[in-house]
Design a protein around this ligand. Structure first.
Ligand SMILES: [Fe+2]
Length: 488
């Protein structure tokens, strides 16, 4: 976090004597990043934070990626009953995609955490899809609920206590989520940095000189929920802290409660941000994906696709254009709503679109959306600059038909005779607001025929530039032909 805050008891100056009620000194700890030149915090422990009484390795977290040489669209379905509850908020994490910069996991915990945890190798971003609870951290307590992002920076010790999900009078979960038998506490998406970098806001939204969020940012400081009291547990006993480092979970044991900080200040702390507090940037014509960007770390970004007004030019195309994100792999996690440009996508689906091929609206969705004025879809996206690889767990949940889902007639009106003429399909509100633009679309270069060139050589039948005419170059079509050549 780029701005300063404080909580609890602090001495007036740094690095001076600060005593407990019994006269002993509190133990000051500087929590620094980037060799103590990045954001840092200073905290005061009841006990020296160095007194370890036992340590042992527990289990490896190193991921094994599969199909690392295969480039294809993927649709991993984690919704409904597909993922059984397992483990706790740490051991239950199922990594689905990852690379040397980040890992993406979905977690459906079966039990509470009976220990404290510290990720000492990366920042964590938990997106709470269903469920609520309390996150007690060494820097204070954050209560969280559905659709909260919970950012827990590297090195912060924490534990999570889940609320039990409840059924309503109709016997169904009150949060609209999967059954309580299948999902007793929560479903959350985890995006974790594996390159040691830290989450921060997009730099263009923050003043370079002053660190304050700028007016055009889709959220600002007021939207963050920072740690609050309770902060301090003054308890003796044996307390295990599981520490993730070097892709291995270690267990360290302390003879006092690990959350023994009485006060801290600085610019390095966990916080929550609800995705509904992201105010989408909308436009007269389609706005590109970066307007959804919410966080960034080195080599990847996290974006929030929120309910919003759609483009308001009277003849705007409302769903995203086909696009090649040449330098990024894109993974979308679908949270709720009607996913207008994607067929077959469910709540809890993840789609992965690799940088090697374009993607875009599914057949029929462009014309179907022309009169829409708003979208209710909610999704979280992670774009990485380096290729993402699936795990075996992802393949087990894979919808193998997804790569072929763009096949079919994009313009069914061709056969039904219901094609719209330019300028005809206009939302009434937009037409009233922009009457001068409710006209047939002007075509800048109308002489299309003179620009058509013959098709290239097909099956040795000539053609190409200077060939014998287009008719001879049309590839022979047969009933049952398909372009579905996927499948590794
Ligand atoms: Fe995309």
């Amino acid at each position: 976090m780029p701005y300063y805050t404080k909580l609890g008891l602090l001495p007036q100056k740094r690095h001076v004597q600060f005593r407990r009620p019994d006269g002993c000194l509190y133990s000051e700890e500087l929590f620094g990043t980037e060799g103590f030149t990045g954001p840092s915090g200073t905290m005061y422990h009841i006990h020296p934070p160095t007194q370890v009484y036992g340590w042992k390795p527990l289990y490896s977290t190193k991921q094994e990626y599969v199909e690392t040489d295969i480039m294809r669209m993927r649709h991993v379905m984690t919704g409904g009953q597909r993922m059984a509850p397992r483990g706790d908020a740490v051991t239950g994490r199922v990594v689905l995609f990852g690379n040397a910069d980040c890992e993406m996991a979905v977690c459906n915990p079966a039990e509470q955490m009976p220990y404290h945890y510290k990720n000492a190798q990366g920042d964590e971003c938990l997106f709470i899809h269903f469920g609520s609870g309390v996150c007690h951290t060494m820097l204070g307590t954050i209560r969280f609920g559905p659709k909260d992002y919970l950012i827990i920076p590297k090195g912060i010790t924490y534990t999570i206590i889940w609320d039990a999900r409840k059924n309503g009078t109709d016997g169904k979960p009150t949060d609209g989520g999967p059954s309580i038998e299948n999902t007793p506490y929560s479903r959350f998406l985890l995006i974790e940095t594996t390159n040691g970098s830290h989450y921060g806001p997009p730099k263009r939204y923050v003043s370079k000189e002053h660190g304050q969020y700028l007016e055009h940012a889709p959220y600002c400081e007021r939207d963050f929920r920072l740690p609050e009291m309770p902060l301090t547990w003054d308890v003796k006993g044996d307390f295990p802290v599981r520490i993730k480092a070097r892709d291995l979970i270690h267990e360290y044991v302390y003879h006092y409660h690990p959350l023994d900080v009485v006060g801290w200040d600085g610019c390095y702390y966990p916080y929550a941000f609800n995705i509904d507090d992201f105010s989408p940037i909308t436009g007269k014509l389609h706005m590109p994906p970066p307007i959804h960007q919410t966080f960034e770390a080195h080599n990847f970004v996290i974006c929030s696709f929120c309910p919003r007004m759609l483009d308001y030019h009277p003849q705007a195309i409302k769903v995203p254009y086909n696009h090649s994100n040449l330098d990024s792999d894109e993974v979308l996690y679908y949270v709720e709503g009607n996913f207008g440009s994607r067929k077959g996508i469910e709540v809890g689906s993840l789609t992965a679109h690799p940088q090697g091929i374009p993607h875009g609206p599914h057949p029929g969705t462009i014309e179907a959306s022309l009169l829409a004025t708003h979208t209710a879809e909610l999704a979280v996206m992670c774009d990485t600059f380096r290729p993402l690889f699936p795990t075996k767990a992802a393949l087990d949940l894979d919808d193998a038909k997804y790569p072929a889902s763009w096949q079919g007639e994009h313009f069914p009106g061709l056969t039904s005779g219901k094609m719209h003429l330019n300028g005809v399909t206009v939302p009434q509100a937009s037409a009233a607001a922009f009457p001068r633009e409710v006209n047939p679309v002007a075509v800048i270069r109308a002489d299309v025929a003179s620009r058509i060139v013959p098709a290239p050589i097909v099956n040795g039948n000539g053609g190409g530039h200077g060939g014998n005419g287009a008719a001879a170059n049309v590839p022979p079509s047969r009933a049952g032909d398909t372009a579905n050549v996927w499948g590794p």
